[in-house]
Design a protein around this ligand. Sequence first.
Ligand code: PHE
Length: 472
Amino acid sequence: MEKTGNGKRENWGSKFGFIMAAAGSAVGLGNIWRFPYLTGENGGGAFIVIYLACVLIIGLSIMVAEFTVGRRTSLAAVGAYKTTDRRWTFAGVLGVLSAFFIMGFYPVVGGWSAAYIFKSATGLLSDPAAIVDTFSAFTANPIEPILWMLGYLVVNVIIVSKGVKGGIEAAGKVLMPTLFVLLIFISIRNVMLPGAGAGMEFLFKPDWTKVSGGTFLAALGQAFFSLSLGMGCMITYGSYLNKKESLPSSALQVTIMDTGVAILAGVAIFPALFAYGMEPAAGPSLIFMVLPTVFAEMGGFGVFLSIIFFIAFTVAALTSSVSLLEVVVAYLIDERKMERKKAVYGTAAIMVCTGILSSLSMGLMSEFKILGVVVFDFFDILTDKIFLAIGGMFIAIFVGWFMKKEDLKDELTNGGTIKFGLFEIWYNLIKFVIPLAIAVVAFVGITSIEQTSLMIFGLAIIVVLAIFSKKL
Ligand code: PHE
């Protein structure tokens, strides 16, 4: 085991534990909250086809690359870049910044979800006509969602302060299988509803007329967000992995699980939505408004299902946000030689502030705009539309052009002890195809987004980091 600032580097306890933790990071709000509403807004099946292509060709290769860099260096994002080539420190710092930004809104939605477990049990579903108003009133309330968000963050702090094996891995091993079982149960139930066929058709029959230049960036950004890529999270998780496990097969397993859950979430939502004649393009509020309405129509069993669903949802969010917190904490431990507990508390304190601002931007502060958007959207759009995709492009360029091919091969075959038959294909994808593909998609997408000033601001941050972060 490699040394770090605090003695021996912690390792995952088992392969299963690592896969569950990495899949736990990947499977989250991205799959259950965002994937269905993006699919709904972008025309269903066609979006799914583009998304799957992004996952398979770009996402999977980048995940292999991130695991490789992490395990090779046994360091979290910033250290991994820095020890290999100092000029690249900024790409790691961009990852840490992305973690902060995603955590600017993620715990808010996590808190909503936790609140809905209790709301489902205490009468939310008794008046289906009031559900939409209840959500708007709840999220706009200046106090209640903040308290839920704080509670949610406290659980994150408890898990991450216990460390990698005792906290993150232990949580993932229990929570992830629970989630799979719950989702499968809800999906089976919903597919059997009368009228569910239209939902399946919407999901699986592509309507290409809905596709525009922006759809590709939406799909690419979603692939990165959902697979936890482009910001050093999988570098960090890979850094805790022992030298025996196969990196390509681990990446494949995590990708399959993540994509499986996204599709399952679609199946859990759309058939029911169509069966009850609702609107697929309801946006971010989709699952909070539509699903409870669907559950309310089912009577007592619906209450049970709703509680279960929101437990699963909260669980999925938790295992992801701990990985976001861990990215920052691991940086502080590796590079700033901080003690784990202190690093967790300090980081969480900042996240409390950004979370409060995001939560308030749904109500009290809805008039307060940064570069044309409310605080919540500011964090969301910057990461999802710019930082992750560009961060993914950086990791591809870094691995393809700044690491030695022999070293990569050595790491991916565990020193020649296992086979990785697709190495050449992977290497060429990473070196040539992916950087170019991301550049094109990002360019077309970024120029077609309305918030031009926000985009310019995001790109400016990256340039500033590239110039000034060499000393970090
Ligand atoms: N993958 C997580 C989700 O789908 C979010 C996430 C993004 C987590 C980036 C870590 C890093 O919800």
